[in-house]
Design a protein around this ligand. Sequence first.
Ligand code: UTP
Length: 224
Amino acid sequence: MRIVITIGGSILLKEYDNKKFEDYANVIRQINEQHDVFVVVGGGKPARDYIGVVRDMGESESICDEIGIQVTRVNARLLQLALKDISYPAIPVNFQQALEYSATGKIVIMGGTEPAHSTDAVGSILAEYVDADLVINATSVDGLYDKDPNKFDDAVKFDEVSADRLLEIVSTNETKAGTYEFIDKTAIDIIKRSAIKTVIVNGNNPDNVVVAISEPIGTLITSE
Ligand code: UTP
């Protein structure tokens, strides 16, 4: 199978050390033995911090996004370093470059591409571009709930949700730089049109990404 794994920056940089990068490198190495892997890395707190500084300068949202993108690329490079020689040693800045680099047989790791969406969308577009079979989105939540599980004990997790229903749920979310919460709208639109199976799992435990390949876990987003 060809698999795109997107990893939230907040997962990799929770503690600001190399541990999660190494843990993810091991998981990716393991998956790569049987599958063809592409990885997209998010910005996390450093991206939001830098975006805050630039916003205070009075710069536009697109410029704030551009700074966020730069940070995602730094994070992608860190994961690439942890993967050593089985990954391509440069971070592609667009999808064509990602495909070109993957022709070497190495794992390609990328960050953001252009303003106005998050790395969730990059993962979905990349999956469509390289004709992937599965997208696994490693986030800081167990999946999609009917209400905030941190606030409500009776919150219920959805095992499955359609792209249309998800679009309704996230349509009230903000789309400013650094503020994408569950998954961004562009990603959902792409999931709908490409019909590529997409699973949201809790990435705080990297093993969940391995489980998602063969067993139901987290929330599956379906195209209809
Ligand atoms: P992320 O994709 O990491 O956003 O990109 P996020 O969901 O807020 O963060 P985590 O990693 O899940 O915690 C960080 C920021 O970079 C810009 C956006 O401003 C985004 O919020 N970005 C990223 C883009 O504008 N385009 C991209 O392709 C990627």
